[in-house]
Design a protein around this ligand. Structure first.
Ligand code: SF4
Length: 262
């Protein structure tokens, strides 16, 4: 892993994601190394994603300046890079940014695959408006390690979600991308876990294949004899719609609001 400490020109950018006004990414690059990640395509990054992290050392200082003049709006944290990847334990850039956002009264919405977010519970509890979303694609550790090798185990994410929910922080789950033949195996168990953890909402998305996604996925799929099946299924809209219907039905039974991103 190549780690560089860099200076950013600005900390906040406008977000086009629904429900967010700004995006904040304290790191560029992500050691979670998810095989389906397409952040490099979004950022037009040519370095191999998962093998480098740029630490934006001055992000908290830049943010403090920007927050003085920006109109209030929801700040999405970790929109293209997980803000709670393991390096955050050492650098605490996300924590320092949270301190600034709290000081200036900006609402935040965090999305992560890491239980490290619990470290900042003290700050999160002080926000008037805060939401924390956890991405969950499978409960099975074998598949989690295969597709999301550097992220927290799914069970740890659910424990973190439960902890935050129990403190009155609004939590939500992102079931995405739906991993063909994997996510569906124990979708009821996953949704039970999400319901038990107190999530208010589930957002679901299909698998999005971009520029170099196949290259990253191929070794995993070949190892498990799934490449041919996946090549057919990623183009099969009905396949994903059927899974989404199951998720919607189950969420309705459990009293959880469900939204689809596609
Ligand atoms: S956590 Fe998000 S940004 Fe990081 S590798 Fe996984 S999908 Fe990409």
């Amino acid at each position: 892993m190549k780690i560089r400490e860099v200076k950013c020109k600005s900390a906040l950018s406008r977000s086009r994601l629904p429900g967010l006004v700004y995006a904040l990414n304290p790191y560029r690059g992500c050691s979670h190394g998810c095989k389906y990640c397409y952040a490099s395509a979004v950022l037009r990054e040519t370095r191999p994603w998962g093998e480098f992290v740029d630490v934006k050392r001055n992000a908290p200082t830049m943010l403090a300046k920007e927050l003085r003049t920006k109109e209030k709006g929801i700040v999405g944290i970790g929109t293209v890079t997980d803000a709670y990847q393991p390096l955050e334990e050492r650098f605490e850039i996300t924590r320092m940014c949270l301190e600034q956002l709290l000081r200036h009264g900006f609402p935040v919405n965090i999305q992560t695959k890491s239980s490290l977010v619990l470290r900042d519970t003290d700050l999160l509890c002080e926000f008037e408006e805060v939401e924390v979303g956890f991405t969950l694609t499978t409960l099975d550790e074998k598949w989690r390690r295969a597709f999301e090798p550097g992220a927290s185990p799914s069970k740890d994410r659910l424990v973190a979600m439960r902890d935050l929910s129990s403190r009155g922080i609004r939590t939500w789950a992102f079931i995405g991308p739906i991993l063909p033949r994997v996510t569906e195996r124990d979708i009821e168990g996953l949704l039970d876990g999400i319901a038990d953890a107190g999530a208010s909402e589930v957002l679901v998305d299909k698998l999005n294949m971009k520029r170099d996604t196949w290259a990253k996925l191929r070794p995993v799929l070949e190892e498990h004899g799934m490449e041919g099946d996946w090549r057919n299924l990623v183009r099969d809209k009905t396949y994903f719609e059927n899974i989404v219907d199951r998720i919607f039905g189950s969420c309705e039974t459990k009293g959880i609001n469900c939204l689809s991103a596609f």
